[in-house]
Design a protein around this ligand. Structure first.
Ligand code: F3S
Length: 392
């Protein structure tokens, strides 16, 4: 990979160990994927923040970077942590709190903003054609497909290295020739809700794990549904982008998948590992973190009702959205539901809280919770989730 003289100096250690190690990561990655050069980025988003998923191993590395003066050169934000300080006080061992706080302190020392959300695009400016280094798969797909920005799916360390250098290797979705659709998905069914969009993502990710799908026949488009589609697509496959606009042009005949109601229903059913009529311990909405629109919708649907005493209802969002949604949050909290920030059900210790069955409208959570939370799942659309959570 070609490096400028300045980049060579960083690689040689003239700017200190922290930048040298970050440059090494980027050069290694660039060489691996055949990048010809580094390009400047406008922002970075770093995953690998939750102490539950991270464990102890990377703390020493973060500490070494922070103590050696590493500082983000571009606007850099963090994915959710394992804790909502306000709501999880007595439910999680103190030692876990301390470790999580230490991780956040180290990131802050590197001038990384503790946004602690997987939907940074609701808070930070993202413009069309902006190059970024993001490492939350659901956010990567949304940014490329819906917002028209350009990012590969980074790992936590490479996103952090890109943040500290302010550049990323020029390969993959940073190159226009790699952003075209490579398979066609023809819908023979009209999708009715966000859960069906999620099921579609799971199905297509499984069938075409390394392709960029073009969806034909997606009607009544809603960005919250597209968010579910992308999050699910990135769960079962390595796809980092999809096309959905009717006018997307295709140069050559593409391999096709036709999706009908039966295929969609089978996929959705397989996302429930518990009996769909079972009583969950937790109803979880907000994977990926809710938009203002979603919080407003939930408030309208549950206004004046009460959450069943036998279960929890969690709505996860970012602090910024929670602040903007204040009146809706008040309505939601009056029902006994909790509006959580900085975390989500998947990246916290639900099993320590006695949560064994999770009901959700998120195909991504339903897909991961059996492994990451050791929980049974019930996958259903928002209205059904809320109906289950509330007294009639
Ligand atoms: Fe976000 Fe947690 Fe889902 S980090 S994408 S809400 S698994």
């Amino acid at each position: 990979m070609y490096l400028t003289r300045e980049e060579e100096r960083i690689l040689d250690g003239e700017h200190g160990w922290a930048e040298q190690i970050c440059m090494r990561i980027l050069v290694k990655l660039g060489d691996l994927f055949g990048a010809s050069k580094l390009i400047p980025i406008n922002s970075a988003h770093v995953s690998g923040v939750s102490y539950k998923t991270l464990g102890d191993a990377p703390i020493d590395f973060l500490q070494a970077l922070a103590e050696n003066g590493a500082k983000a050169k571009v606007n850099t934000t963090l994915n959710p942590s394992s804790i909502d300080k306000e709501h999880f006080k007595n439910q999680i061992p103190k030692e876990y709190f301390v470790k999580q706080e230490r991780i956040l302190e180290l990131f802050c020392k590197m001038q990384v903003k503790p946004l602690l959300s997987c939907t940074p695009y609701y808070t930070e400016p993202v413009l069309r054609n902006m190059h970024m280094a993001w490492s939350e798969s659901s956010a990567v797909v949304y940014a490329n497909s819906v917002l028209g920005a350009w990012t590969n799916r980074e790992g936590g360390p490479s996103a952090l290295a890109a943040a500290i250098i302010g550049k990323t290797p020029d390969y993959g979705l940073h190159r226009p020739e790699n952003r075209a659709a490579s398979v066609q998905v023809k819908l023979e069914v009209e999708l009715k809700n966000e859960a069906e969009y999620g099921a579609l993502g799971i199905l297509v990710g499984k069938n075409f794990p390394n392709e960029i799908p073009m969806f034909q026949g997606l009607k009544a488009l809603d960005e919250d549904c597209l968010k579910q589609l992308g999050a699910a697509l990135a769960s079962t496959g390595a796809a980092n982008m999809f096309h959905y606009k009717p006018k997307t042009s295709v140069k050559e005949p593409l391999e096709k998948l036709t999706v009908d109601m039966k295929a969609l229903e089978q996929t959705a059913q397989a996302l429930s590992t518990a009996d769909v009529e079972a009583e969950p311990d937790l109803v979880f909405i907000g994977c990926p973190h809710c938009s203002l629109n979603e919080v407003r919708r939930i408030a309208r649907l549950i206004q004046g009702r009460k959450v069943k005493p036998s279960l929890h209802l969690w709505i996860c969002t970012s602090r910024n959205v929670k602040q903007k949604a204040k009146p809706y949050v008040e309505t939601i909290e009056k029902t006994g539901a909790k509006v959580l920030c900085d975390t989500c059900a998947v990246v916290t210790w639900t099993s320590l809280m006695g949560i064994n069955t999770i009901m959700t409208n998120s195909a991504k959570t339903a897909y991961y919770a059996p492994t990451l939370n050791k929980a049974q799942t019930i996958f259903a659309p928002l209205r059904k989730c809320l109906k289950t959570a509330l007294n009639s």
